[in-house]
Write a protein that binds this ligand. Sequence first.
Ligand code: HEM
Ligand code: HEM
Length: 193
Amino acid sequence: MSATAGLTGQAAGGWRYDGVARVFHWLVVAMLVVQYSVALLLASLLPKSAEDSLVAWHFSMGSSVCVVMLARLAWRLTHRPPPPPADLSPRLRLLSRVTHWTFYAVFIVLPVLGWAAASAHGAQVKLAGLIPLPLLVPKDDPFGKAMQTVHPAIAITLLAVIALHVAGALYHAVIKRDGVLQRMLPGRGGVTP
Ligand code: HEM
Ligand code: HEM
């Protein structure tokens, strides 16, 4: 384990997220854009066949998000992130930490709850569209049925947290101009310790 391998570059006091952390961040963002778009399409009145393929896509992409987030969490726990800007108030510091850890927790747990919801429908889930998974709970299981309401509710609520996070990033970029956004953006710069 390298305690400083997550620190490179010149943004925000000289620090930057390392390349792996940045790839993970934007990969998950892209996957979630697709995942939420498909979920919204699921709500619309589509022909059954189209709906079926979209449902399979939802399971496939959603389970992939879980796997990528587990890998990302492992990276995060072994690579220290850049320190917050020195002038960030303790309250905002806490808010950003809570937001970030909420993302890690929810994007690992939410797909598992979706798996329980799908199982209660008796629906087959394939991990990343490839590896068939067993039913997590039996068909019509009460917990799984409850997840058919809880899973979408958490996913929709999370959109507010994502909006808060993006607002925070834009606040740093447009108002504070302190380089916090740059340290998560693609691009070169900086030296890997
Ligand atoms: C990050 C991952 C995921 C996100 C953001 C997400 C989001 C959502 C959203 C927004 C809905 C509501 C769609 C609607 O009302 O039409 C939904 C429904 C659903 N999701 Fe997911 N989902 C994820 C992963 C999964 C996974 C991995 C599975 C299954 C293995 C799954 C199974 C389901 C099921 C079965 C429903 C429909 C619930 C019902 O009405 O019975 N989801 N999801
Ligand atoms: C689905 C959307 C998103 C999710 C789930 C997400 C998740 C995360 C997580 C977990 C971190 C913490 C990284 C760590 O320290 O381990 C983070 C940091 C960051 N994100 Fe996002 N993000 C999303 C969208 C965005 C967008 C759209 C932007 C830019 C407009 C953005 C900008 C940033 C920045 C600048 C940081 C670094 C913050 C800092 O250095 O304190 N994120 N994001």
